[in-house]
Design a protein around this ligand. Sequence first.
Ligand SMILES: *[C@@H]1O[C@H](CO)[C@@H](O)[C@H](O)[C@H]1NC(C)=O
Length: 423
Amino acid sequence: PLATCSLALVAPAEKGLEFPRYDGKDRVLDINDRNYRKAMNKYSMLCLLYHEPIPDSKELQKKHQMTEMVLELVAQVLEEKDIGFGMVDAKKDAKVAKKLGLDEVDSVYVFKEDRVIEFDGLLSANTMTEFLLDLLEDPVEVLDNALELKAFNRMDEEIRLVGFFKNQESEHFEAFKEAAEQFQPYIKFFATFEKTVAKQLTLKMNEVDFYEPFMEEPVTIPEKPHSEEELVAFITKHRRPTLRKLRAEDMFETWEDDIEGIHIVAFAEEEDPDGFEFLEILKEVARDNTHLPDLSIVWIDPDDFSLLIPYWEKTFKVDLFRPQIGVVNVTDADSVWMAMDDEEDLPTAQELEDWIEDVLSGKVNTEDDDEEDDDDDDDDDDDDDDDDDEDDDDDDDDDDDDDDDSDEDEDDDDDDDDDDDDE
Ligand SMILES: *[C@@H]1O[C@H](CO)[C@@H](O)[C@H](O)[C@H]1NC(C)=O
């Protein structure tokens, strides 16, 4: 109650940090057979959530409303950007969905000119807003000088392409731009028209370099100049990097891009000294092994996914305050983790490389210990029962607290505050 009181008094006094809150106005359209064309024509971009039929149960309806609220808030924040928002019901609006080519339920599709961009990321207002703002920008960023080049060089977590062209009117730049549109905003495209910048990038006229994340040297796309199709084909072929960072904006797409049912996952907090050191070792190993087509390590910085930390710790049974690397089976989330024997000692690059080799050869896998489990079934069952009981107890305890009373108290206090203000 004290906190509410001081907030109520202080908040109106200062300006400049007013965090947007949903104002209650309906901006998200209920898309159907009759209005979808008009919506498509009206906005420069149309952002549609394709969702499961609205359920009968109150609880599931609430869940649906929460998702809709995310879209409403994004629509409110981006109100001036000429973006339309809508919901498409998988059952009621099946006809429209088919016409528009929506097929993955609970996905967001963005229609921009003649392109459809699927958003396969975290459905939060922050992530969605960033994604849509990125889509509004030019698909190619131009590097004019050494300072911009420096910023480019720092983006080593991203897949990037950079090309050197005569000028904006060049047909080869045009092809590059067309290719960029197909990967926006997931893959970053840069171009320069300046000889000095091109020289520092060691680019010849009409040449395009492809930068894999965390690698020191780019790959020059062979046989310049390139048509749009050639660029798209090259990127599609080389898109899966040896080491990639899980990002909120395409986390589900990344996770779906498993390699024969598994991911090699590394957890490391970049801000943490051990995490940082482990990452440096991981990058070194990735650079030395980037020739292996079946090697793709997903690096997750737990700081980026706070809401998932308890779930991961429970599912994978690892301590995420320490760096970890393991194999995860994406079918059942079964996992094995590299033993880092000495608490203090991180693995050397060689030890990490040996472990990765064992994973790729199948020597380290998620299934071996399953067979052991089968041998002593009885023990396992007992363990499971115990766990369940404990969980139940925990839940009960939480609910026992005096929720009702405290709520009422707060209401009373709020009323008092209002009175004070009036006087
Ligand atoms: C992943 O788990 C599933 C289900 O338990 C199993 O059938 C499959 O063989 C596993 N895949 C790998 C690569 O271990």
